[in-house]
Design a protein around this ligand. Sequence first.
Ligand SMILES: N[C@@H](CCC(=O)N[C@@H](CS)C(=O)NCC(=O)O)C(=O)O
Length: 211
Amino acid sequence: MINLYTWATPNGRKISIMLEELGLDYAVSPVDLGKREQFSAHFNAISPNNKIPAIVDSGPDGDPVVIFESGAILTYLAEKYGQFLAPQGQARYSAFEWLHWQTSGLGPMLGQLGFFAVRSEEKAPLAIARFTEEADRLLTVMEQQLSNQAYLAGEDYSIADIACYPWALAATSYLKDVLKASLATKPSLQRWLTLVGERPAVKRGMAIPKL
Ligand SMILES: N[C@@H](CCC(=O)N[C@@H](CS)C(=O)NCC(=O)O)C(=O)O
């Protein structure tokens, strides 16, 4: 059985959504980031970058398969179960484009915006302006892509949508005040958020971990 190491954050929820979409039976090991459990020796042996999510699966030869980084985990699960990733061609590589776009761009930029604009007590106007501008640019790229097709990698729901959904939702909830002007011009993003958010597996995945 897969053991998911996670916490109540967008990066963790990408994987619980994927596991719910696949209908797998899995165990959840909460890693309390507030208590700095990500730095425990046990978790460090699984995730040497000390960040959630990570999974431990049983490999075909009985040895454990241990994976950290949400993009690697989503790719592993999609390939293992043959779902949410086209087997070849443009759709497969479009999914990888948007998956990497999320882990290298949307996630880190919205994460920094959240830190400077919401969580930090000290307000640094230059940092807030810089990350608001970059978040707006990234959401505009997403809007453009979704104005031409149902999902990020084409007409089919894929791991690219699963990766982007919890972060785009954070942009429209936790970060909605700072991104108000940007969100007002993103009808396709709103359409996609509703489409993805209505999936029962997405609803279940967003409720993990149950604390
Ligand atoms: N690129 C990583 C990012 C993971 C990440 O930033 N995880 C955050 C929670 S959303 C974390 O574990 N933070 C703990 C820390 O920074 O100490 C991925 O996609 O898996």
